[in-house]
Design a protein around this ligand. Structure first.
Ligand SMILES: NC(=O)C1=CN([C@@H]2O[C@H](COP(=O)(O)OP(=O)(O)OC[C@H]3O[C@@H](n4cnc5c(N)ncnc54)[C@H](OP(=O)(O)O)[C@@H]3O)[C@@H](O)[C@H]2O)C=CC1
Ligand SMILES: CC(=O)C(=O)O
Ligand SMILES: [Mg+2]
Length: 782
């Protein structure tokens, strides 16, 4: 059942919307007639002529320098074997995605229907003008050795067969760390290696370069042990034909120190691991199923260090930790090749990174507080944002020192800053929030569940394990809508505030509401009537602890949705006004904008309060707030009351929250232009600090700015995130997309975690959601 679910989910993921996983996006304006005549004929002839005169200019005028070809003939796809060029395309597209999200490298995936190595080389060589680098992928041994060697000799751009060298680099880093923890010396340990193909042979060679002794390796291929008596062995295998002729995996593993599997799944048993030497190391790296599962190996003995290629267990040894950063470093110095020095530099950088304390964002991304160097953390995690700025510079430097760089880096600090900018925090922010939400999912009431977008979002929220949706509305209507749109809401609770079944709850809620509002113009009859309204009922569920957060507002105007929340739930202790904040995911990273939603003309005191609420929320995203109080004036240049109000707000903030980095009043151009700031306002706290939080002097300016950014596609908007309510209610913008609803739900869950609105374990464990969630829990493999 679980496998079926996983299979269907993977297929749906690839098929939904635009089929596949990547698209091409123009990087220049191409809207007006003038743009088109620059982008294409006649303007395009000019760079063509420049490149003809100086071939190096191709890096200046085209995308070549940041474009990598991921090329396969489909002959050794993961551990699936020779499934053909076309069937390998999802893997190659997937690599394209990873190159982009982890290192901002663009990829064309190219699947070539050619098994003859010589012809394959000719085809790839002919593609050289297009690309800055070539990543060969999933090409079987021994052909891959010839292909890579020939292309390295013939091309003047870096060529790397990732299954060989990527795997060798990552597993070497993991091996060095595992040996250190197990107190073993690389030149003393005995290795058993299952698989003698592309990945295995490259790993062995790199281990030897790091000090392992060739005679200490026993190898197995599909026909058994590699021994001297075998007449079918190619030269690269003969070099390591050390195993006894009568050996098998079971015998060889007795007293072995290290097992490396780069073959097929499930060929090693727990008993075999038990028979290994003290403090053994097991790298079961076949994908998607390892040679032995993490659980079985772990259960077999306490002193084992086990790594697999999978995302869902500790110690993921997967080449995703290498190729994006190795190519980034190589492209950035325009290296002619990826040589041994660059590979060893990557090994060292990865091994050392695992030994340094991880930033909170990594713990958050992996739902733990405890990642630290040791048997369950021998290699950095793929979502560690430090990888790019650690590995790429190490590789680039090694390229320069070993003489293959054609464009040296001179300022390493600014290179690292650029790398971090490339990564952009945007996806990362949502990824981290998603992980945080999944760690402790909460119950979310969707007040407008008779809307197809809400139902789709609720299904995603549930399937992604972010929260437990509760649907409000007429059950029959909701079910019909779900059926008509193929949305699976099996097991999700549906409550109709108007229905008979809710009579008792309605009464309980109206009594509570009446008590709260009886001296604010509400009589008991009205109170009962109001509880038939889904926004009042939903807010009351949150208030009474029957739910942890509410999402509403997709179909109603803002004021009508927020009023029930304010009347039912009210503001936090000590907070007089609520406010709205947008998270804008811009190219330069996340930007927080407030107040964009509630307060028309706040006073200085209110601006200060909004700023402090916003700063607290920004910290909840694990980001240090750096706040600009915006105006049309800079530090007193205008004497107008509006300008003075922002300066006064800063004075109040500094009194109450002295550690907050906050400056103003200032113009937006100064906030975002370090040169202007340094030159004219060197005293500013924001010198050399990128502003990430913008506070506006009134609602008009905040709201207009956020809408302009959104409509010009300058940033994706998430919000408004309501600040200052006692319990989490979040209001959608009219007509929000399904993804924005999911994002808001994620924020609502995290908000509920912060506000400590914990659902009792028992309520959750007894619920139908829980059983479905358990079934759905799935692993994702890269
Ligand atoms: N975790 C990671 O980062 C990576 C994992 N891999 C995984 O490593 C595996 C091999 O990939 P790759 O080297 O590219 O592929 P190759 O086809 O080049 O090599 C496969 C090797 O496995 C051997 N083999 C197959 N079945 C068995 C068996 N039952 N017992 C012993 N040996 C067997 C083959 O033997 P023969 O030589 O006789 O055909 C061959 O030597 C795949 O599962 C792949 O997913 C690869 C790269 C990276
Ligand atoms: C990870 C990888 O490249 C493989 O399994 O082939
Ligand atoms: Mg591969």
């Amino acid at each position: 059942m679980q496998n079926d679910l996983r299979k269907q989910e993977a297929l749906d993921y690839h098929a939904k919307g635009r089929p596949g996983k990547i698209e091409v996006v123009p990087t220049k304006e191409a809207k007006t007639q003038r743009d088109l005549s620059l982008a294409y004929s006649p303007g395009v002839a000019e760079p063509c002529k420049e490149i003809k005169a100086d071939p190096e200019a191709v890096y200046k005028y085209t995308a070549k320098g940041n474009l990598v070809a991921v090329i396969s003939n489909g002959t050794a796809v993961l551990g699936l074997g020779d499934i053909g060029a076309e069937a390998s395309k999802p893997v190659m597209e997937g690599k394209g995605v990873l190159f982009k999200i982890f290192a901002d490298i663009d990829v064309f995936d190219i699947e070539i229907n050619e098994k003859d190595p010589e012809k394959f080389v000719q085809i790839v060589k002919a593609l050289e003008p297009t690309f800055g680098g070539i990543n060969l992928e999933d090409i079987k041994a021994p052909e891959c050795f010839y292909i890579e060697k020939a292309l390295r000799e013939q091309c003047s751009i870096p060529v790397m067969h990732d299954d060989q060298h990527g795997t060798a680099i990552i597993s070497s880093a993991a091996l060095l760390n595992a040996l250190q923890i197990q107190k073993k010396k690389i030149d003393k340990v005995r290795f058993v290696v299952n698989g003698a193909g592309a990945a295995a042979m490259a790993c062995i060679q790199l281990y030897v370069a790091l000090g392992a002794r060739p005679e200490n390796f026993f190898l197995f291929d599909i026909n058994g042990p590699l021994h001297r008596g075998r007449t079918d062995l190619e030269e690269f295998k003969r070099k390591f034909a050390n195993a006894p002729a009568d050996s098998n995996l079971e015998k060889a593993l007795r007293n072995a120190d290290v097992f490396v599997g780069l073959s097929v799944g499930n060929v090693v048993t727990g008993d075999m691991v038990k028979s290994m030497a003290k403090n053994p190391i097991v790298f079961a790296l076949a994908n998607p199923d390892p040679e032995i599962s993490y659980e079985i190996a772990k259960a077999s003995r306490n002193d084992v260090i086990i790594a697999t290629g999978r995302t869902d267990f500790a110690n993921q040894v997967n080449n995703v930790l290498g190729f994006p950063y190795i190519f980034r470093g190589a492209l950035d110095v325009r290296a002619r090749q990826i040589n041994e020095a660059m590979k060893l530099a990557a090994v060292k950088a990865l091994a050392e990174l695992a030994q340094t304390p991880v930033p909170d964002i990594v713990n958050m991304a992996y739902n733990t507080k405890t990642i630290s160097f040791g048997p369950d953390y021998i290699i950095p995690k793929p979502l560690d944002p430090r990888l790019l700025a650690t590995v790429a510079p190490a590789v680039a430097r090694a390229a320069m020192e070993s003489g293959v760089a054609q464009q040296p880096i001179t300022n390493w600090d600014s290179y690292v800053t650029e790398l971090n900018k490339r990564l952009g925090l945007d996806n990362q922010v949502m990824r981290v929030l998603g992980s945080k939400a999944r760690r402790d999912p909460k119950r979310i009431v969707f007040a407008e569940a008779d809307n197809v977008k809400i139902l789709k979002a609720a299904q995603i929220v549930f399937d992604e394990g972010v929260g437990y949706p509760i649907l409000l509305g007429n059950e029959e209507r909701i079910r019909d809508l779900a059926d008509a749109n193929g949305i699976d809401i099996e097991g999700l609770p549906i409550f109709d505030p108007k229905g008979e079944a809710m009579k008792e709850k309605r009464m309980q809620y109206s009594e509570h509401f009446f008590k709260k509002r009886q001296r604010k113009g509400i009589n008991f009859y009205e109170s009962q009537k109001m509880m038939r309204d889904r926004n009042y009922f939903g807010s009351m569920m949150v208030e009474m602890g029957d739910a942890d957060a509410m999402i509403s507002g997709l179909t109603k105007n803002y004021a009508d949705t927020i009023r029930p929340a304010i009347e039912v739930i009210g503001t936090e202790e000590g907070v007089k006004k609520i406010a709205g904040m947008y998270l804008m995911l811009s190219k330069r990273g996340p930007l927080f904008l407030a107040d964009t939603t509630i307060n028309f003309n706040p006073t200085a005191e209110e601006i200060a309060e909004i700023t402090m609420l916003a700063a607290r929320e920004v910290r909840a995203f694990n980001i240090q707030p750096r706040v600009a109080l915006l105006s049309y004036s800079n530090f007193g240049s205008s004497k107008s009351p509006e300008a003075h109000m922002m300066a006064e707000a800063r004075r109040i903030i500094k009194e109450r929250m002295p550690s907050l980095i906050v400056e103003g009043e200032m113009q937006a151009s100064v906030a975002f232009n370090q040169e202007l700031m340094k030159e004219n306002y060197p005293f500013s706290e924001l010198v050399d600090k990128d502003v990430n939080t913008l506070i506006f002097p009134n609602l008009a300016s905040g709201n207009i700015t956020y809408n302009i950014l959104k409509e010009l596609d300058a940033a994706d908007a998430i919000g408004p995130i309501l600040l200052g309510l006692k319990k989490p209610v979040h209001i959608l913008q009219l007509g929000s997309s399904v993804r924005s609803i999911v994002n808001m739900s994620t924020i609502a869950v995290v908000d509920a975690q912060i506000k400590n609105q914990s659902a009792t374990d028992e309520v959750i464990r007894r619920s139908p959601w829980w059983k479905r969630l358990k079934r759905n829990k799935q692993s994702v493999n890269v």
